[in-house]
Design a protein around this ligand. Sequence first.
Ligand SMILES: Cc1cc2nc3c(=O)[nH]c(=O)nc-3n(C[C@H](O)[C@H](O)[C@H](O)COP(=O)(O)OP(=O)(O)OC[C@H]3O[C@@H](n4cnc5c(N)ncnc54)[C@H](O)[C@@H]3O)c2cc1C
Length: 600
Amino acid sequence: MAKNIRTLTFDAVIVGGGGSGMRASLQLARAGLSVAVLTKVFPTRSHTVAAQGGIGASLGNMGDDNWHYHFYDTVKGSDWLGDQDAIEYMCREAPKMVYELEHMGMPFDRNEDGTIYQRPFGGHSSNYGEKPVPRACAAADRTGHALLHTLYQQNVAANTQFFVEWIALDLIRDEDGDVLGVTAIDLETGDVAVFQAKCTLFATGGAGRIYQASTNAFINTGDGLGMAARAGIPLEDMEFWQFHPTGVAGAGVLLTEGCRGEGGLLRNKNGEPFMERYAPTLKDLAPRDFVSRCMDQEIKEGRGCGPNGDYVVLDLTHLGAETIHKRLPSVYEIGKNFANVDCTKEPIPVVPTIHYQMGGIPTNINGQVVAPKDGDPNTVVKGFYAIGECSCVSVHGANRLGTNSLLDLIVFGKAAGDHIIETVRRESAVHKPLPADALDKTLARIAKLDNSTSGEYCQDVANDMRRSMQAHAGVFRTQALLDAGVTQILEIEKRVQNIHLKDKSKVFNTARIEALELQNLIEAAKATIISAAARKECRGAHTVVDYERPLTDPDCPLGRNDKEWMRHTLWYKDGNRLDYKPVKLKPLTVDTVPPKPRTF
Ligand SMILES: Cc1cc2nc3c(=O)[nH]c(=O)nc-3n(C[C@H](O)[C@H](O)[C@H](O)COP(=O)(O)OP(=O)(O)OC[C@H]3O[C@@H](n4cnc5c(N)ncnc54)[C@H](O)[C@@H]3O)c2cc1C
């Protein structure tokens, strides 16, 4: 081990102080375990704070609902790529988890009778697709803000130890493949340290910054994915990226689906509420992949708005100023600040914008990371857990329903916390010794940047990567576009290895961090484009024009080819190898929802 480098030792180390990380840390701290939470930013600035619309749970406060309907909607929304055991677990736990948040003091909006206010959201229905049902438990359009602050306060009370502006750099694995902690750098001083743990949990959020137009925070650089990939762990289903229908055109800032949940309508240049034509039952509340493609179609067929016909509009004017100010106050502000529009009087220009990664680090329902070994595709990697957007459990399959992410953070945050407590108490009285080379990879990466005397500017390379991903792995994909994208991204990867870090200072050197983040972004970009080019069908968010088929095609209705492609992709960094594993169609206690064509 290198001299002068500190080792800090804990029962558990959590990388990420967003909704998922803080739900898990709360569980551990309350149980009396020593737990460190590393986070790039102050915990309450994690991207969870930006969540607007709500958290899904079948409370049935405002319509006929139960978890069986939620389970069915989520399986269907996933286009039958979601694992039905995990989906059942999440939907059953949901009401309990939301009441628990309520009891912690989360300030939900209320109905007249004092129950939690719920609004309809895309793809959530009553009675197996019959009609939309209000299932999104909301705190105005600031649900993530309310959630994250509630969890932070609870963590402070439970004595969770936060390491703010500490950036994890690499996973430490020993020769058995067990995970023993992470290496990390302190932004304030530039010092590197080892965080040694009996259990290491990644809650690092998404990699939405691999795309150019994104609703995601700038810190969403897929660090967990990069660290896992470099340590030989595969990434699952990375071809599936959700475009949110309503990003402000030109700005990318999100307008929650709650706008349409409250009755807002998408209109084309003729003022037509066009979703009625595409989805007669759910209309504007069809799932996001579907609505995004319909918007794209309207624009392509010449019915887009504005001088260039390159967006549609979101009309809220008929809701009335009072409802907008009460239920959607942030949307009103975003309209003013980012589109220069008073949405009580005029519609807001919108386009589909990258929003969420369905794939990630493969896990089981305990949050334990799994990878193929000796013929078992789901062998546990000892000591390693992942939850939240960086993980793939997989409850969202090929397309996530809105409100199901905040839910997944809380449900699997608690589940992973419980499992870690049990594991630490049962198995690990002492820490396994750290391997002698624990720091080597990290120090080599930093030294390479520090010794660079020539090369490219980090942001030039990052921008080229984002442009390429936007153009080649967007809402509509073609095989030719995807294949060309693979070639481009592999070229850009070579440039990532040749970055010139001009500023070599140590204190608050954000340029060094950005260069290290780019090494993670490029892993997420490669995983995405390579997995996408290999999947020769249309499923959920992955629609490839070459494979589109009519609904009536007996083998591949709407282009979905269950015979060959109802399976999860696994991408390995080493040699860009792809492997596949079966979808878990068997739920825990109920009957399988059998695959059928997905119409609304
Ligand atoms: C604008 C917007 C609105 C949304 N609205 C909704 C909604 O209404 N309902 C819903 O269900 N979902 C919504 N989503 C999705 C949902 O909010 C996210 O998927 C979820 O909040 C992600 O939570 P997380 O805990 O996985 O990660 P995040 O909240 O993104 O937190 C990641 C954490 O990891 C830390 N981190 C990352 N890398 C490192 C590193 N190398 N070292 C140390 N720390 C690190 C960060 O500092 C941060 O603390 C929305 C998403 C966006 C972008």
